[in-house]
Design a protein around this ligand. Structure first.
Ligand code: PNS
Length: 161
């Protein structure tokens, strides 16, 4: 059984993330979508809300598990029996940060490989931060996120205005 973990903030999940999950699932039997609060980011949604949104957005749930973890990613991946960490690559600008993280994780745990999957070019510009900014300013986000996330963001910002 080939197992991978796909970690991230997912604040909130976008169509770009869903595209990476679909691609990862073609390679691995089981993919853990692992939600974590990145200390460098100030999240809009709690971890449990993010997990709930991911679960609702997954049309095919077979071979996918959504959870959160605390501590080091490599320890979590090892505990789940994963051989790979999946990261999505959008543009060249992602590369420095991803390269540093992949090498550091490899130094800590060489048994686990980081695998980069390219997102469809349709999503190469897409980020959760832009989605939140557009929603906050009343723009349409229907092409960027699944319907349940669109609804959640609309309701949230409607209440705040
Ligand atoms: O979606 P993000 O915010 O870019 O994801 C970053 C994430 C969650 C993958 C990274 O912050 C992480 O792995 N955190 C867990 C703590 C850890 O293992 N840090 C060392 C990474 S080199």
């Amino acid at each position: 059984m080939k197992i991978a973990v796909y970690p991230g903030s997912f604040d909130p999940i976008t169509n770009g993330h869903l595209d990476v999950i679909r691609r990862a699932r073609k390679i691995f039997d089981l993919v853990y979508i692992a939600v974590i609060t990145n200390p460098e980011k100030d999240p809009l949604f709690s971890i449990s809300k993010r997990i709930e949104m991911i679960q609702q957005a997954l049309t095919l749930k077979k071979g996918l598990k959504v959870e959160s973890f605390k501590g080091l990613l490599v320890d979590y991946a090892r505990a789940r029996g994963a051989t790979s960490i999946i990261r999505g690559l959008r543009a060249v600008s992602d590369f420095d940060y991803e390269f540093q993280m992949a090498i550091t994780n490899y130094k800590m745990c060489p048994q686990i490989e980081t695998l980069f999957l390219m997102t469809d070019y349709k999503y190469s510009y897409l980020s959760s931060n832009f989605v939140k900014q557009i929603a906050r300013l009343g723009g349409s986000i229907s092409q960027f996120v699944p319907p349940n996330v669109e609804k959640k963001l609309k309701n949230l910002f409607a209440k705040r205005i």
